[in-house]
Every structure is written in C-alpha cells, then in structure tokens.
Design a protein around this ligand. Structure first.
Ligand code: GDP
Ligand code: IMO
Ligand code: MG
Length: 431
C-alpha cells in the first residue's frame, strides 16, 4: 500500500502520535489534514518525550517530508514557537523538510479570544470544553469566506483587505460579547512580523503530493482528534469544528480519494474523553480512577484530567464504518493489566429496545443505557510486550473479542508509550 491514513477512532488521545511516528519509518511524507494545535501528540523515543501540536509526528525521525495541509487551521505564532522548541530537542526543521499549504487558513489571536469568551459566557450544559485555541472561530471564518490564508501573507495590500473583511464580522461580534474592538494596526503588524518566517515553508501542497504520488512516494496522513469529535459524525455539538474522519485526508490536502489505500484506526483499549459531552461507558468509580492513574490520563494540550470509561465497541464499530477502517492499532493494552474483570460496552438499551449504535438525537443519547459484556482480566504484565507470545491468554482473548465486536482486525498493538514497544500484526504499508 502506498498511502495510509491514520485516524483516531474514539474521542482523541488514542495514541495517534506514537503510531504515526512508528509508521513514519515506512513513509516518505507525513501530512496533517485537519484540526490545529488543539491536538497534542506524544512521542517517546528512548525515554525522550516529544509533544507535538501543529507539526506532523514524522518530524522527529528526520529525512521525511512533513506537510501541513489546507484542511488544517494554523496559528503561525504557535507554529514558530513549536518549531523552536523541537529544534531545541535536536530536531532539524527547514523549508526542505516542512511544507505548509498556501491555502491553509490562519488562526489569529482574535479567534482564541472569541473561543474563550464564548466558553466563559456559556451557561452550564452549553459549554463545549474547548481547548481555547481558537479552532472553532477559525473554521467559521474559513467557511464564511473571510479567513486570512498563508498565501495572503505575501502581499501587503491583500493582507490588509483580508484583515478588514474579517474585522467587519468580528467587531460587531466582539461588541456583543463585551470584548474590545480589534486593534487593526497591531494585528497587521503582528502578521507582517511573522510573514517572512512563515512564507519560506509555503507551497502548493496539492501539486507536490500528486507529483510525489506519481513518483511512487509513500504518504502517511496523520489525523488529529477522533471520529467521535467529528463535526458531522461526532457527539454534536460537543465536537471539534472539522471533519476528522478519513475522507477528510483527501479534501484536507488535495489528493483524490482514490489515493487512499489503507485506513488505520487508532483505538485505545478503554475509552477517554476530555471536555464536555455524552460518554455512555464513563466510570466515576474506583475503576475509572484506576484507568486514569495507570494511563496517566491528563490532556497533552490543556493538562485537563481526561474522563475514563470501559471500551465501547458499539461506538468503535460505528467510527470504523464512517472512516472505512481497514485495520486498527489497539493502544494502551498495558493499562488494563491487573483488573480482575473488564467490561466492554456492546450496545445500548433505549426504553427497552436494544441498539447497536448511538443515535444522534441528544435526548435519546442521554437515555441510552450501556449494555455490558464481562471478560476475565489478567494479572500478568503486558507492559513493553513486543510479541503476541508475550501476552497472557486472557489479554489475547480480550483483543480477539474487540476485533469480533468492532468487525475489524488488529494490525498493530501498543504496550507502552515507547516507540518500539509495538507489536506488528499486519503492515498497513504492505502491498
Ligand atoms: P494522541 O493525541 O492520539 O497522539 O495521543 P496523546 O499523545 O494525547 O495521548 C496518548 C498518551 O498515551 C501519550 O502520553 C502516549 O505516550 C501514551 N501511550 C501511547 N501508547 C501507549 C501504550 O500502548 N501504553 C501506554 N501505557 N501509554 C501509551
Ligand atoms: P488529539 O489530536 C482530545 C476536544 C476538546 C473539546 C472539543 C472541542 O490530541 O487527539 P476544540 O478546541 O477543538 O474546539 O475543542 O474537542 N479536543 C480533543 N480531545 N484530543 C484532541 O486532540 C482534541 N482536540 C480537541 O477537549 O471537547
Ligand atoms: Mg492528544
């Protein structure tokens, strides 16, 4: 397979960064296609920890081309800081190794301000629990045809016109929320201040990717967030503002859908969620606490405590379908070590009727009672296991049952944060 898309199959933080880094050895190009620096992807290589938000997880390996596609919303000030911080860790980043699509919309400071002001003004039950990084407002401006895009940085008159168009919309909005009007000159000055540093990375990514593809390069598309945060298929309105599912890899970079040869879903062996919104298999008992502690479930981007619960096979079956997942990477199996029994949600009871999917209507979601199946746990450690033979029988049974319930095979299995603590079952890049 030449081109592989990696997507989160739950509510994010499934371990995409680790798996993309691992797979990037086999790829020539690693490409982000949606989301922004709301993402937090953690890589651990020989004990050294890298936290990436806007940069693709292939950057650390070296010798790979990293690409930020047009489906992303990019905070240029954040990107420059992130480049500096990974450079300080010894990672080389140059315009030869990093390309940003010229048609990528920018996240401006006004987007973060709006995001946070709305969250503060929201009443209980309406707060989304966003990362506060301006993602939603930046996507709104893109769709509203008033975004400032990377290419606009190249020409002073265009930049002013784009900013004015955005401010026509933002100033009245801000007035309504009690925020001061935008300081137009300061914003333009700030944009001019980064233009020279950003523009060397700007490129027609769609063209480059199509040429690379024809020349036989292998492209790895790195999703952010997870399918349950997808703007269409997630637990709306408690979602992010982009399409997260695999189809977005095509529109978010400018390759045709036929270029996608394999979709790898990243699936945590249990479930977590940061921020507000429904979570049928959530645990607020000792088991939930134990998952959080053993899994170190604190957000990479905001440091917030992640909500934890049992594996929800009904939801993952659903997300595997909407992304056309060919195989999954099951991560954090080691976190389940030592549980006497494990539960898997296999569907829901809605007023006495059994459902094998989560309906979209919020009030129905609230009435869905998870139906669980119990499985025997294991007392042995799976941490750091690098082959099937190292896994206790009960752990193998758990993995096999997950495969059966979601209707999708395990291609990779991860047993610790370390890059090499990974078991390969089927190579997504294999022909
Ligand atoms: P991402 O957003 O999907 O890239 O995931 P995050 O990096 O936000 O969160 C996943 C966390 O789990 C990170 O701290 C990883 O280092 C860690 N992790 C990844 N795979 C494993 C695993 O198999 N076992 C354990 N214990 N931790 C893992
Ligand atoms: P990675 O790529 C987990 C969540 C936020 C919030 C909702 C909307 O690390 O898996 P936003 O700032 O996007 O408008 O917030 O989405 N969220 C994530 N949760 N992992 C992420 O990214 C997330 N990115 C956004 O917590 O509930
Ligand atoms: Mg994360």
């Amino acid at each position: 397979m030449a081109n592989v898309v990696v997507v989160g199959a739950q509510w994010g933080d499934e371990g995409k960064g680790k798996i993309v880094d691992w797979l990037s050895e086999r790829a020539d190009v690693v490409c982000r296609f949606q989301g922004g620096h709301n993402a937090g992807h953690t890589l651990v290589i020989d004990g050294k920890v890298y936290k990436l938000h806007a940069l693709p997880s292939g950057v650390v390996r070296g010798g790979k081309l990293s690409v930020i596609g047009n489906g992303v919303v990019l905070d240029p000030w954040h990107l420059l800081k992130e480049i500096e911080s990974v450079r300080a860790q010894g990672v080389e980043i140059t315009p030869e190794t990093l390309m940003i699509a010229e048609n990528t919309p920018l996240i401006l400071p006004i987007h973060g301000e709006l995001d946070r002001a709305r969250e503060e003004a929201a009443s209980k039950g309406t707060k989304i629990g966003t990362t506060g990084r301006g993602i939603g407002p930046a996507y709104e401006d893109k769709v509203g045809r008033r975004a400032v895009r990377v290419a606009d940085l190249a020409d002073a008159a265009t930049l002013e016109a784009r900013v004015d168009r955005a401010l026509q919309h933002h100033d009245p909005l801000r007035r309504g929320l009690g925020i001061e009007p935008v300081d137009r000159e300061a914003l333009l000055e700030a944009l001019r201040g980064i233009a020279e540093q950003i523009l060397p990375y700007a490129a027609p990514v769609w063209k480059m990717l199509n040429e690379k593809r024809k020349a036989g390069s292998r492209i790895l598309f790195e999703g952010a967030q997870g399918a349950l945060l997808d703007i269409d298929f997630g637990t709306y309105p408690f979602v992010t503002s982009s399409n997260v599912i695999a189809g977005q890899a095509a529109t978010g970079t400018g390759i045709g859908p036929g270029a996608i040869d394999y979709v790898l879903g990243i699936v945590k062996a249990y479930t977590t969620r940061v921020g507000e919104g429904p979570f049928p298999s959530e645990l607020d008992d000792a088991d939930g606490q134990r998952l959080g502690e053993r899994g170190h479930e604190f957000g990479t981007t905001t440091g917030r405590k992640r909500r934890c619960g049992w594996f929800d096979a009904a939801l993952v079956r659903q997300t595997c379908a909407t992304s056309g997942v060919n195989g999954i990477s099951l991560t954090k199996l080691d976190v389940l070590d030592g549980f006497e029994t494990l539960k898997i949600c296999v569907g829901y009871d809605l007023d006495g009727k059994r459902l094998d999917y989560l309906p979209f209507a919020s009030e129905e979601q609230a009435r869905c009672v998870p139906v669980y199946e119990e499985m025997e746990g294991w007392s042995e450690s799976t941490e750091g296991a690098r082959s099937w033979a190292d896994l206790p029988g009960a752990a193998v049974k758990y993995v096999r049952r997950v495969e059966e319930l979601i209707g999708c095979p395990v291609a990779l299995l991860s047993t610790s944060p370390e890059r090499d603590d990974t078991i390969l079952v089927t190579d997504p890049f294999a022909d």
